[in-house]
Design a protein around this ligand. Structure first.
Ligand SMILES: [Zn+2]
Length: 149
């Protein structure tokens, strides 16, 4: 089995009014995303073409999440931020997300969902490659992991 890890960071705010404690406050992190890709064999010596995958990963993250605010669908701040023209990414189980709140776990699941698409969109897709794991760190001490099994 072969594995590769590709990492990107983005800066974004979120808040978790559904939980007790300080995360009820709107606050920001530099989120560190690491996508782990595996395959049982190489394709012409390559597991994944790093440059193309990183371009797809960075493009989606920078367009949808970077310098934005991640909110739950029921968050009362949502209309105010939208009215101001702010970049907002809404977590909503009705949109297929793992939760309607932007926890570090649901951010990992979100990235895993889109990472499947990035593999498919590679110029030379590898038939046996898949996303095995996504790690998302919101602070140096808080990391959540999504795994394929
Ligand atoms: Zn936080």
């Amino acid at each position: 089995m072969y594995a590769a890890q590709l990492t990107h960071t983005f800066d974004a705010a979120h808040r978790l009014p559904n939980l007790p404690g300080k995360c009820v406050n709107l606050h920001g992190h530099t989120w560190r995303v690491t996508v782990s890709i595996t395959a049982p064999r190489l394709n012409d010596g390559v597991l994944v073409e790093f440059g193309s995958f990183k371009h797809l990963m960075r493009d989606w993250i920078d367009t949808h999440l970077d310098h934005g605010t991640m909110l739950g669908a029921a968050d009362p701040l949502l209309p105010a931020l939208r009215a101001e023209g702010c970049r907002v990414f809404v977590f909503d189980t009705n949109a297929g997300h793992a939760s309607s709140w932007p926890t570090v776990e649901t951010v990992a699941a979100l990235i895993a969902h889109h990472a499947d698409r990035w593999l498919f969109d590679l110029p030379t897709p590898h038939p046996d490659v898949h996303i095995a794991r996504v790690d998302v760190a919101e602070t140096p001490t808080n990391t959540a992991t999504w795994t394929s099994a």
